[in-house]
Design a protein around this ligand. Sequence first.
Ligand code: NAD
Ligand code: SER
Length: 343
Amino acid sequence: MKARGAGNSLAPRIQQNHGFERELMKRILVTGALGQVGSELVPALRQRYGQQNVLATDIRENDGAPSDEGPFQLVDCTKPEALHDAVTAFAADTIYHLAAILSAVGEAAPLKAYEVNLGGLAHTLEVARVRGCAVFIPSSIAAFGPSTPPDPTPQDTIQRPTTMYGVTKVAGELLADYYFLRYGLDTRGVRYPGLISYLAPPGGGTTDYAVEIFYEAIREERYTCFLKPDTRLDMMYMPDAVRASMEVMEADPSDLKHRNAFNIAAMQFTPDELAAAIRHHIPGFVMEYDVDPLRQGIAESWPRRLDDSAAREEWGWAPEYDLEDMVADMLSNLRQKLAGAGV
Ligand code: NAD
Ligand code: SER
């Protein structure tokens, strides 16, 4: 076992007691809990740490999402007092900070994205510092830009994103590392690829096509894609993303050379390849294209494949789902969900 911080490129300049002696998260507050990630991460956290030990929060009311089954509270992460009061009242020792505005929505309202993504994160980190909480901060493939090597994209490389979403993500990585280096706050994160899931709809990103396609394949056996057929992007099935988010927070801090944020990867495909994989299950599926220049431009600025060797080496990351496994599981679960909803 290495000495704490020894040999790490990210050894804190000023250490505090909190964040290091923690053995297991016990009281967890999740921001943005009703979104695509939170809808699956919250139940997984509750299963592991206890239903009453995970407080789901969001800026909007819970209208029956899976996180319904435990404590829920309205909290706007851009309001520091509300966040502080919620963390204090719940006696949280860990915050999973998921609240964000995604890439396409962020381009429609850049300053709103800045306020929520970076302002909300700054408030979250400050509340965590005052209350002594560990913080999970998701970053994204969007933290990279057109000057980044796209295939593979190294763990440590050029980060000059060209979307407001990406600007907030790379700034968020730096801010989270700052809180670790300056205050010893236990901040950790992963760079999610585009995420595919069937429980909650995606929140307005560039990779949303890879979720929408499944709904339309089941309902209509056809889908009109807003990206070009050969646009290759890094993607991941939600169960892998949820597991990564928990595993990185449970990793032994003495093993971590990086913190914010780890590349993680599972599969890479184009719209054309995804359509072909769906056709193995729905032979009559038809894919058409009506390219949206905004989202196409964003997609072309992002990595095609992240090099996730640092996550593998430092905390044992390994994905479980490839393209074929993901497509089979998505279709099976989404069919059940849509049948249950009478759709
Ligand atoms: P989402 O858009 O589905 O959900 C975000 C949630 O944040 C929503 O429920 C929304 O109501 C809430 N929210 C918005 N403003 C808020 C505020 N001011 N205060 C509190 N809550 C607020 O997003 P997601 O897909 O669940 O993303 C979660 C995190 O993962 C984000 O940081 C996102 O950037 C990151 N990420 C997601 C993907 C993906 O493909 N879904 C990929 C890479 C990174
Ligand atoms: N899936 C996200 C988006 O497209 C990437 O962070 O915005």
